[in-house]
Design a protein around this ligand. Structure first.
Ligand SMILES: [Zn+2]
Length: 332
């Protein structure tokens, strides 16, 4: 697999009539490719993959999911956003090595962090050597694995949401307002749910939905311990929506998980998007996207829930906190 082949597999969906668009940009200016299936009104969910460089098998999984759902017209009662490859720069480094980058200093920076080796097959970070799934603003820097200096994995960044890929996914999520998110990672054959300080009520809701995901994949459902700064953590902590990390592929498989495992992984996960959308619909009344605006698909009218002012207040506090981070960093 080369980086070009990985991107070509996403782009091949266009030949089948599937429309792609950009969810944002990477540090090096690459497009973060996405698509949407189903209806733009009603319940929306979001599925993202490839946030860790060496886990691009999850990108291929999403491509297969989209192909099947689109060709069989399976998405009803809402819509599903797919973000295929949240970390395209990292995937390029992992697949093609640092010689594919056209900047000597960047190559040296990455090679130094890689212990002088030109083997980047275990690389997880982005081009700035930030582990993107630790860079979200959810108890940022509080994890036991976190490191505070650029590294091929586990570096949380110099401040939360410092990375363009993370900002892209945050902004895309705030814009699309999903009621549930799924993050695909490899590996471990397990589903993680929940986050520290989440309310008992929401944990119960998330467990119920997670059990349906566990039933369709046959992966065990595990409550998250000691995870901070991940996209799933941010969705739960900031947006108060159910969010899951699904780890595909057995632990015994070496990284990166090869394409030969894709059929088995696809078979176990192919129903996840529809089960997740169905459960999001079922629990829609108890999912409060910062006091979300509910779109009524039956008459096309937009109905603002009673706690709509709560949404505006929380959105404002979120933006204030983000701009405080921004100005704090600029002063350094
Ligand atoms: Zn991962």
């Amino acid at each position: 697999m080369t980086y070009q082949e990985l991107i070509a597999s996403i782009l091949s969906l266009q030949e089948e009539g599937i429309e792609l668009f950009n969810a944002g940009k990477s540090v090096l200016g690459k497009n973060i490719l996405a698509t949407h299936l189903g209806d733009y009104s009603g319940t929306q969910i979001l599925i993202q993959a490839g946030i860790h460089a060496r886990e691009w098998i999850t990108t291929l999984l999403l491509v297969e999911m989209v192909r099947n759902l689109y060709n069989n017209d399976l998405v009803k009662d809402g819509g599903i956003y797919f973000v295929f490859l949240t970390n395209p720069d990292g995937a390029q480094i992992e697949l093609d090595g640092v010689d594919s980058l056209n900047c000597d200093i960047t190559r040296e920076y990455l090679t130094l962090a890689n212990g002088g080796s030109t083997d980047f097959s275990q690389f997880k970070a982005n081009v700035n050597l930030v582990d993107l799934n630790t860079n979200f603003d959810a108890n940022w820097g509080g994890g036991s694995q976190n490191v505070f200096c650029p590294a091929t994995e586990d570096f949380v960044g110099f401040y939360p949401e410092s990375e363009r890929e993370v900002q892209s996914l945050v902004n895309f999520t705030l814009k699309t307002r999903p009621l549930l998110t799924i993050s695909y990672h490899s590996k471990g054959n397990v589903i993680y749910y929940g986050f520290e300080n989440e309310s008992e009520e929401n944990i119960e809701r998330d467990r119920n939905i997670g059990e349906a995901l566990s039933a369709t994949t046959n992966y065990p459902l595990i409550f998250t311990e000691n995870s901070t700064g991940g996209y799933k953590d941010w969705c739960i902590d900031e947006l108060r929506i159910p969010a899951y990390t699904i780890e595909v592929g057995a632990d015994s498989i070496p990284h990166p998980v090869g394409v030969e495992y894709l059929p088995e992984i696809y078979n176990r996960n192919k129903d996840v998007p529809l089960v997740a959308l169905q459960k999001a619909n079922e629990f829609a009344s108890s999912i409060d996207f910062m006091g979300r605006i509910v779109q009524n698909s039956s008459n096309g009218k937009v109905k603002v829930k009673s706690n709509g002012s709560g949404y505006l207040a929380r959105l404002q506090s979120l933006y204030e906190r983000r701009s405080a981070n921004w100005s704090r960093n600029r002063k350094k």
